[in-house]
Design a protein around this ligand. Structure first.
Ligand code: SF4
Length: 449
């Protein structure tokens, strides 16, 4: 069956052709189309036929993850779009409205563009990000799409064609040159989009040079992908799957670690025969699989779901790695979970699993200064506080130094927090502001040149 499985993508253009969609009320389909004008969506035959429980639509978590929902836009934005669409304004005007709304959805949070792209001799290295000392992120230009366009993910603008928003590079040589000169880098994360939408031969062209001499300092090749959850046949069917697994083996034979950073949002994504088979094959290539997901309202905001997910992952030989807070971008308000709730869910779920799953860290905010781990909620000297620490920082010296924020029940991101005990600033703030100023200056100078 899996060999014959046919991939078919569904977007706003053809989703109405799905028999399952035809059964839904027309009003719902219209709402989906309006939201999709700003937040595009994509699903496929596997997700539609094997993951979504259509009896449970629209509440089904995988349906909510992969198809647009009215609640993903504010009433104000939705009404503006609806009016613009129905009043037959010209194409240009409609596009202007869409663009304005997208710009109000914080399309590049955490300084993705200005702060992370390295500048060498006054030139930006597009397609490369170097935020933390040991890790370089690479965005291969052929891997800039995904199996789904998750509206909680900072990548959503990449699927809209918004000018200047695509972080990409076709230059594997540029990556190799950069890494050859940065001996402090020990791991490279291939990301996107989803790098596994690329042909295996193209991925090979990027990865193979890093296995040879001059790259002894690179210990780990990471691949961040949602393909296991949304298209496991990538690993099980046909020549492309074989070539990919041979590439993973080649990395292992070169004495390096291939770490597959698998994105799973819900236990349902781990339940099919196809995904279990794919996990087995990846692991037998010598690669390890680490799992991560943001905590998302409507999808996985319960301790029971997380405990089930971690348990299943461990049973299948995967390593639970991160529970993230959803970033402040796109449909954030729809998926929003407060820091307090996320922490309570994490704590409860963590208490329900064995040591094998306790490799997971959370909740973590991948924020502009670094990866901030919420360690706990406590009361000291009569003040209720959040206890936090950096797991990764733009300055490595910030890492694992606990700091304290005043408790705020509404807070869902680092920017909602303020220092506890009457302090004016967090200990890292001056340093970060200085660092950000330098980076911004470099970026502006590059624009001017
Ligand atoms: S990178 Fe992952 S989370 Fe982001 S849109 Fe693609 S599949 Fe979704």
């Amino acid at each position: 069956m899996s060999e014959l499985y046919e991939y078919k993508a569904y977007t706003a253009r053809n989703f109405r052709s799905l028999p399952q969609i035809r059964q839904l009320p027309e009003s719902l389909k219209k709402e989906m189309e309006i939201v999709a004008m700003v937040l595009p969506f994509k699903s496929n035959s596997y997700v539609v036929n094997e993951l979504i429980d259509w009896e449970n639509v629209p509440d089904d978590p995988i349906f909510r993850l992969t198809f647009p929902d009215r609640g993903m836009l504010s009433d104000h934005h939705f009404d503006r779009l609806k009016t613009a669409r129905e009043s037959n304004t010209g194409k240009n005007q409609l596009e202007a409205v869409i663009h304005e709304i997208r710009m109000e959805l914080n399309p590049h949070p955490a300084g993705q563009l200005a702060l992370n792209i390295p500048v060498i001799n006054g030139k930006k290295l597009e397609g490369i990000q170097h935020k933390y000392r040991e890790t370089v992120l690479f965005f291969p230009s052929q891997g800039q799409t995904c199996h789904a366009y998750c509206t909680f993910c900072f990548r959503w603008p990449q699927f809209t064609g918004m000018e200047g928003m695509k972080i990409a590079s076709a230059e594997s040589r540029q990556l190799a040159d950069y890494l050859r000169n940065h001996r402090e880098v020990t791991n490279v994360l291939f990301t996107g989009g989803d790098p596994l939408v690329m042909k295996s031969s193209i991925l090979n062209k990027y990865i193979s040079p890093l296995l040879g001499s001059g790259f002894e300092h690179i210990h780990t090749i990471r691949i961040g992908s949602k393909a296991l959850a949304y298209w496991p046949y990538r690993f099980t069917a046909g020549q492309e799957a074989d070539d990919l697994l041979r590439l993973f083996e080649k990395v292992a034979k070169a004495g390096k670690q291939l770490a597959f950073m698998a994105h799973f949002n819900h236990p349902v994504e781990l339940g099919t025969k196809a995904v279990k088979n794919a996990i087995k094959l990846i692991r037998s290539s010598g690669a390890e699989i680490r799992t991560q997901s943001p905590i998302l309202r409507h999808i996985n905001d319960s301790a029971k779901i997380w405990a089930r997910m971690w348990r299943t992952q461990s049973r299948l030989g995967c390593i639970p790695y991160y529970m993230f807070m959803a970033r402040d971008t796109g449909a954030k308000s729809y998926f929003n979970v407060t820091i307090e709730k996320a922490y309570e869910i994490y704590r409860e779920a963590y208490s329900k699993v064995s040591g094998m799953s306790k490799t997971v860290r959370g909740p973590v905010m991948s924020a502009s200064p670094g990866k901030v781990h919420i360690l706990g909620i406590s009361e000291i000297a009569g003040e209720k506080i959040f206890i936090l620490q950096f797991i990764q920082g733009r300055n490595p010296d910030w890492v694992r130094r606990p700091f304290f924020a005043g408790f705020n029940a509404e807070a869902s991101w680092l920017t909602d927090l303020y220092p506890a005990f009457g302090e004016e600033k967090f200990f890292w703030q001056d340093d970060f502001e200085k660092l950000a100023r330098i980076k911004m200056h470099q970026a502006v100078k590059q624009e001017d040149d």
